[in-house]
Design a protein around this ligand. Structure first.
Ligand code: DI6
Ligand code: FE
Length: 425
């Protein structure tokens, strides 16, 4: 119990803070803006195109989308976008952006014929990045990740998911997540974190995956959650990582903390990860190259998003594409993401990901754009972004293209005109 004196001191400090905040942020947050002359891909049902569109922004939110300036904004000088395309700011819903070192040597090994699994079993792969990550300070991790984050931002990304999973010990897992949160403070981008303690079995727990789950992974999850570092819980369900029973134990721990789950499932083989994810009502099942029709049906029933990662498919020269036709047939929402990581997908371009999704997985350009906007938002459990609609955050990307299909069609070209984040920019 606080005594009266403490209470009033607390209150006055609070009110000082409030005043400072509203003075500094009040002007920008209250700013009202009108954009006109926009070709808007609202993503509220396919592209949901609005020609010669008007978007009114207020207090960091979209107040109105249409073709006329609403009466309440008649006093605001409209900014003419001169026919440019406006989309929601892009969302990269699956990245391992924070890590130490790189794996260029392993790239050469694989070019010489070694498979991803062979490299991993030879002590390379995820475990080699763990060594470099454990040696890096939080600031070093942030510094290494910033250029990768900047590359995404430069292509219109406004929200990015970042996983842990290269620490595999309590301290380093927490440090990765702190670095991820710090990135969100260093740039005008929303960072959503996933705890990926169940990414690989570290060398000191070789052949003792169950003990790793009990002694390291779950305690680290509790510690990270207690520090407010965890938005969702992920895992790698694969022959070279964790089986479904081990992942279920991690998911039970997540559930007990009230955290949503997601899973790297069916990337290299089908061992039941997708069905497990669906049975836990997961936000997403990711990779899913080896998923089958029954898996697609289960995802549809649990309203779990299939996150397709063509960068990893391309890098590993995988030949089995995810069952896109089955996902369509069952109505499974499909997202696309970079999977930016130092091993299987050293990719920091969401625009190239769109192109790869179309060319490698036969998505339509419309499905691809939905995959980095509305469906990516859903894969992160976010309901306030990914569409240009009243009530959403005013997170927009303005492009120097005529049609939305051009975003998928070009290779290695960046037509971003500007981002507007929280109504600013
Ligand atoms: N699947 C992947 O593609 C990445 N993680 C995972 O579970 C690869 C991570 C790496 O190779 O460093
Ligand atoms: Fe991944």
């Amino acid at each position: 119990m606080k005594d009266c004196h403490e209470l009033s001191l607390d209150d006055s400090i609070m009110s000082i803070h409030k005043n400072i905040n509203s003075d500094i942020r009040g002007q920008s947050l209250m700013a009202r803006r009108v954009l006109k002359g926009a070709r808007i891909a609202t993503m509220t049902g396919g592209y949901g195109l609005v020609e010669a569109g008007v978007i009114a922004l207020e207090e960091g939110r979209i107040a109105h989308v249409g073709t006329e300036v609403p009466a309440a904004f008649a006093d605001v000088a409209a900014e003419d976008l001169q026919g440019r395309l406006v989309t929601p700011a892009l969302i990269d819903c699956h990245t391992h952006l924070v890590f130490g070192g790189h794996r260029a040597l392993e790239f050469e090994m694989r070019l010489n014929g070694a498979s991803y699994e062979e490299v991993a079993r030879a002590g390379g792969g995820i475990v080699s990045t763990v060594g470099a990550t454990r040696l890096a300070s939080e600031e070093a991790l942030v510094a290494a990740a910033l250029p990768r984050l900047d590359a995404l931002i430069a292509e219109g990304v406004g929200t990015v998911e970042i996983k842990s999973g290269y620490g595999l010990d309590l301290e380093t897992e927490l440090r990765m997540l702190r670095a991820a949160r710090a990135l969100g403070r260093r740039r005008d981008v929303r960072v959503v974190t996933s705890f990926l303690g169940a990414h690989a079995v570290p060398a000191d727990y070789a052949s003792r995956a169950d003990a790793y789950i009990d002694e390291v992974c779950i305690p680290a999850l509790h510690a990270a959650h207690a520090e407010g570092l965890v938005d969702a819980v992920d895992g790698f369900c694969e022959g070279i990582a964790f089986d479904t029973a081990q992942m279920a134990r991690v998911f039970d721990a997540a559930r007990a903390l009230g955290l949503p789950v997601k899973l790297h499932a069916e990337q290299l083989s089908n061992i039941g990860g997708t069905l497990l994810a669906a049975s836990y009502g997961a936000l997403s099942a990711d990779h899913v190259e080896y998923a089958n029709d029954a898996d697609a049906a289960a995802l549809a029933a649990s309203e779990t998003v299939a996150v397709l990662l063509p960068g990893a498919f391309y890098t590993l020269r995988e030949t089995q594409a995810p069952p896109v036709a089955a996902f369509r047939r069952h109505g499974v929402p499909m997202a696309l993401a970079t999977d930016c990581n130092p091993g299987s997908s050293p990719l920091t371009s969401l625009l190239l990901t769109l192109n790869m999704g179309c060319t490698l997985f036969r998505l339509t350009p419309e499905e691809a754009l939905a995959g980095v906007t509305v469906h990516a938002a859903r894969a992160l459990g976010l309901s306030d972004c990914g569409q240009v609609a009243a009530g959403m955050r005013a997170d927009l990307a303005v492009w120097d293209v005529e049609s939305p299909g051009e975003l998928s069609y070009r290779i290695g070209f960046n037509p971003l005109h500007r981002r507007i984040i929280g109504g600013e920019g």
